[in-house]
Write a protein that binds this ligand. Structure first.
Ligand code: SF4
Length: 398
């Protein structure tokens, strides 16, 4: 069963029509958007699995627990209503990029932490991916990331992760067929440092009677925690893995990503190799290009060598994703600068000549500090870039 409980902010919808047991306290209530049918059945005695499926389906379709669910007995609904709640994240605002159709949401948890979520348009018309946060803040301290400046605050609960998807869905026109197609765990926080809740939220998102998001459309991005990578392969084998490489040269990587001191890239790649073998999925290696730091021809050759070794040992050819550096605080002093077009082209040419095609990630929403590496919660609100707009998300221009 799910271990998650609502941590306040009830949002319980509908009125109980005669609870069949004493009213639980809010803290003990089951957050209904974060359970699978099996977990619901296990958590609430007397809820058969077929009815649990219908209830979970109705909750995700209607964004509430309706008064009546087809082919579900009244007594079952009463039981669920008495034991569960639909807690919410308060939407502080939504910023719509002026240069592309990205939207960044700023959300408050019941405890008052601010987390950010980004709606990413996909190539296919009307399809979106949701970049979710898995922690408030982050303790890993990557030098090129705005979230690192906040430090670690806490792990998000499963319902807080799923609720981010619901927030984005509420802004879509589902009548016109707009829908959330995928999830990328690349918002604030290191997802593998909150693995219980991340895996649980993957199972909830996958649930066919609920959000029904295919595992292949879910990507977990990590700075590199080997134990977590291995567990992810076992417990969520349909999900894709993305690794932040930063530099193939140990001394440089350590400077950019202090986690490398505890888990050197070599160990991380051992775990990624196992992941690739167990899941049959090629990992993505993301590489944020920083001018004069990790973007030389020598860096590119070293990266290509690393990828060749990975394949030689039995892994699938990694997909290289080149991420342009996004300024952390455009108004402030910058410790890093985005690589020039020429340096980036030369870097990618070396990879290509080594048989390692790369793609350049389109990292949108830079003007709203919603691009890769820019999410920083309340910090971002005070940079004076753009005011947060009204609580209703902007319409999608489709
Ligand atoms: S890049 Fe990811 S792991 Fe590194 S500090 Fe930022 S949020 Fe944390």
């Amino acid at each position: 069963m799910t271990k998650t409980r609502a941590s306040g902010n009830s949002g319980a919808r509908g009125s109980p029509a005669g609870p069949v047991r004493p009213e639980p306290t809010l803290n003990a209530m089951i957050p209904l958007q974060a359970v699978t049918p099996a977990a619901l059945t296990e958590a609430i005695p007397g809820v058969p699995i077929e009815e649990a499926r219908r209830i979970v389906g109705a909750i995700h379709r209607q964004d509430r627990l309706p008064a009546v669910v087809r082919n579900v007995r009244r007594i079952t609904l009463d039981r669920v209503r008495a034991a569960g709640a639909l807690p919410t994240l308060a939407v502080r605002g939504a910023q719509c990029s002026r240069i592309d159709p990205f939207v960044k949401y700023s959300l408050s948890t019941p405890g008052g932490e601010v987390v950010e979520t980004v709606r990413i348009p996909l190539e296919r018309h009307g399809r979106y991916s949701v970049c979710v946060s898995s922690q408030a803040g982050c303790g890993l301290g990557c030098a090129f990331c705005a979230t690192a400046r906040l430090g670690f605050q806490r792990n998000l609960e499963t319902w807080e992760i799923i609720e981010q998807v619901h927030v984005v869905r509420r802004g879509l026109n589902r009548v016109q067929g707009q829908r959330v197609h995928g999830i990328v765990f690349q918002g604030m926080g290191e997802p593998l440092a909150n693995l219980d809740n991340v895996i649980e939220s993957i199972h909830v998102a996958n649930e066919p009677s609920g959000l029904a998001i295919d595992g292949r459309a879910i990507t977990v991005c990590t700075a590199g925690l080997p134990t977590g990578i291995r567990r992810l392969a076992r417990e969520a084998p349909a999900v894709r893995l993305a690794l932040s490489i930063a530099s193939p040269i140990p001394s440089v990587r350590r400077r950019l990503m202090p986690i490398d001191l505890a888990f050197p890239l070599e160990e991380v790649l051992d775990a990624a190799l196992e992941h690739s073998m167990v899941t049959g999925l090629a990992p993505m290696w993301s590489f944020t290009l920083l001018d004069g730091v990790n973007d030389s021809v020598h860096d590119a050759r070293s990266l290509a060598q690393l990828a060749r070794d990975f394949r030689r040992r039995g892994g699938l050819r990694p997909r290289i994703s080149i991420v342009p550096f996004n300024p952390i605080d455009p108004a402030g002093p910058q410790s890093f600068v985005r690589s020039s077009h020429d340096r980036e082209a030369a870097f990618r040419r070396v990879l290509s000549e080594a048989g390692l095609p790369s793609h350049k990630r389109y990292s949108g929403g830079a003007d709203i500090l919603g691009a890769c590496g820019q999410l920083a919660g309340s910090h971002a609100q005070h940079t004076g870039q753009m005011p947060f707009v009204a609580l209703t998300p902007p319409p999608v221009d489709d």
